[in-house]
Design a protein around this ligand. Structure first.
Ligand code: PMV
Length: 310
């Protein structure tokens, strides 16, 4: 008998980067894109086979390097589940989440693998346990992750997150629409995070003030989302983007999409995730969405979709 599980993508709405420095941030799951993992029995003595067609990767996990993210998540999960010996398994992974675009594709894949393995071995894992196991792999991907990605993907709810503190689930007062547009440029999380760290080391006071301002925006955004003040959400997105430019994580491609989205009628637009590439998110309504979509496609967006956050 095989077991399948899935996990959503995610978008950081407010507070990326500053969240690494203990300032608050807001993230939401994006269920329109998902990673899915299926665990099935394999031939005796075949060990664990990983089949990730989207990544063009099929391998025996035993042949992967010890710090390989898949090898790590599978080994950690089996250890947690107290599965002894060497099980013979086929783990197949598929995903519709764009890779390296700040949408949590690696995170969601890990979460789906954890859940599928738990279900295969008849165990119930809490969201918190899934999140903790996935966090170990985030360290391989990102170096010094804040923990926001594994939390939002594992719980599948909008969250207000401060590193090291219990997070809060945000109840959305009034649904709102986000248009997500891909620059087509990979977003190098580890590189962007370490560039911000260099900037902060060289200029701790100025960066500290910028992080404070970003954190304050995230705090206000939590209130605006909870109370359904959609106009305020857009204004805060624009403010957050101004500060993200100041810490040098925007890029010409992102700025082109942001300008196009605002000119097309979006009421707020910013990068999402590590930046320097990846996705732009814009606040739209069902009336403006087609116009904004046309504008960002003309400005070079590679993939565009609209999603409702509620
Ligand atoms: O993985 P990404 O590209 O969504 O970026 C993560 C967000 C950062 O704040 C830049 C890093 C972190 O660990 O929170």
């Amino acid at each position: 008998m095989s077991s399948t599980a899935s996990a959503p993508g995610k978008a950081i709405l407010f507070g990326e980067h500053a969240v690494v420095y203990e300032r608050p941030a807001v993230a939401v799951p994006i269920f329109q894109v998902q990673a899915r993992a299926t665990v099935a029995p394999a031939e005796p003595r075949s060990g664990i086979l990983l089949i990730a067609e989207d990544l063009g990767r099929t391998c025996a996990l035993a042949d992967a390097p010890p710090d390989d993210p898949f090898r790590t998540i599978v080994a950690d999960t089996l250890a947690y589940l107290e599965v002894n010996g060497a099980p013979d398994l086929r783990i197949s992974i598929t995903s519709t989440i764009p890779i390296a675009r700040g949408m949590g594709s690696g995170t969601a894949t890990s979460a789906a693998v954890v859940r599928a393995l738990a279900s295969y071995f008849g165990a119930e894992l809490s969201d918190q346990m899934v999140s903790e196991l996935v966090f170990e792999v985030e360290k391989i991907h990102h170096g010094t992750p804040s923990g926001i990605d594994n939390t939002v993907v594992s719980y599948g709810k909008p969250i207000y997150f401060v590193k090291g503190l219990p997070f809060e689930i945000i109840t959305v007062g009034k649904g709102f629409h986000l248009l997500i547009a891909d620059t087509g440029v990979p977003s190098p999380t580890r590189i962007a995070v370490s560039a911000v760290r260099e900037g902060w080391k060289a200029n701790p006071e100025a960066y500290g003030r910028l992080f404070d301002e970003i954190g304050e925006i995230a705090r206000l955004a939590r209130g605006a989302i909870a109370s359904g003040d959609v106009g305020e959400i857009g204004r805060l997105m624009n403010e957050n983007q101004r500060l993200l430019r100041a810490i040098d994580v925007s890029s010409p491609e992102l700025e082109r999409l942001i300008d196009a989205a605002l000119a097309g009628g979006a009421t707020g637009a910013k990068l999402s995730g590590a930046g320097r590439g990846g996705n732009m998110i814009a606040l739209v309504d069902p009336q403006t969405a087609p116009c904004v979509e046309k504008a960002v496609v003309e400005a070079g967006a590679r993939g565009v979709f609209t999603t409702e956050i509620n």
